[in-house]
Design a protein around this ligand. Sequence first.
Ligand SMILES: Cc1cc2nc3c(=O)[nH]c(=O)nc-3n(C[C@H](O)[C@H](O)[C@H](O)COP(=O)(O)OP(=O)(O)OC[C@H]3O[C@@H](n4cnc5c(N)ncnc54)[C@H](O)[C@@H]3O)c2cc1C
Length: 350
Amino acid sequence: MELEQFKEIGLRFKPDMVILMYFINDAEPIPTYPRESWLDLHSAAWIVLNYRIDSLIRTFGPRPDWKHYYRNLYDDNATGWQQTQKAIAGFAETSRSMGAKLVVFHLPELRELKPYPFHDVTAKVKKVVEANGLRFVDLLPTVEGMDPASLWVTVPDPHPNGKADTAFTDGMLRELTPMLDELCRTGEPGVYAIGDLTGPPWLAHKASHEGVLCVEAIAGMHVHPMDILNIPGCTYCRPQVASVGLTEAAAKQKGHEVKVGRFPFIGNGKAIAMGEPEGMIKTVFDARTGELLGAHMAGPEVTEMIQGYTIAKTMETTEAELMETVFPHPTISEAMHESVLDAYGRVIHI
Ligand SMILES: Cc1cc2nc3c(=O)[nH]c(=O)nc-3n(C[C@H](O)[C@H](O)[C@H](O)COP(=O)(O)OP(=O)(O)OC[C@H]3O[C@@H](n4cnc5c(N)ncnc54)[C@H](O)[C@@H]3O)c2cc1C
């Protein structure tokens, strides 16, 4: 439901950045309100009374108490959770397709904070968010250690009050302010920064690209913030080294389930003919989505070839397009193809 509204209304603003606030009950199934009564629609007193009765039944009666209710929402077969996972993927895809950066902020449930009873649920949501290539920020640390009731609207109503909202907002700004640097803005209005002084990777092409997007942003053009994971790095040693994106270890650390391909240059005719059969190519894919997460090469002319994987990453290519691409023969680039095929058990020349 929210995804449709985002597509219909949110996209009109052409945002550079989209913030998705996630709360534990976002995994509730989409409500249908089949038995709405006049009182449900018109009487706040009736709604409060119903809420109190419901709380009593959940505390002393047959309905699951609030902790079980929330946890049950995250059962792998629960309809709401399945809808939620699809919605997160939809938000990710929609934002990416228009070049907007989407960040998911997790709002903690405020009834109990120490110990927080839903770390397992938070971890489950984080995994899905990160598997979609999105940044997940948990706002629990911004209120940890505070008396929960001091953060509620009223004592029986644990929705966030002004104090809680202030803590959440401070936490969000701490996360978001450095991200603005992707458009090369500094803390000083009107002062921009590019290149080595803005942080790694300390590379000439990164500095140059930032210069262009910075000036375009100043000129009011709609620019795509630079994605640090799509900047290739090259080392001009012998054999040459080149890479782009996540390493296998970094991808796993980010929660990706990976498929990894490897192909040594000793299996490539052109590399042998050139007398440079040393080295190999490694490719890392997200096992669930097929997205190319990273590529790492050591061998002949790999600093020239890394651009192929960089274009693929910038276009958010999956293994399917890479496998279907026709590589010319005889070239050392054929090893790039073979590495992708190897990740899916389809390597040919080895
Ligand atoms: C030995 C070496 C090899 C490298 N090899 C590569 C490579 O192969 N590929 C690659 O991508 N990157 C390479 N780099 C990194 C690359 O050079 C930098 O990332 C890139 O130059 C950064 O650009 P920049 O504009 O931020 O800084 P710079 O290019 O350093 O530009 C800063 C400019 O500011 C000037 N300046 C400094 N202080 C003042 C001042 N007070 N007043 C006026 N002007 C000032 C400097 O003279 C300089 O011209 C290499 C770096 C080094 C040192």
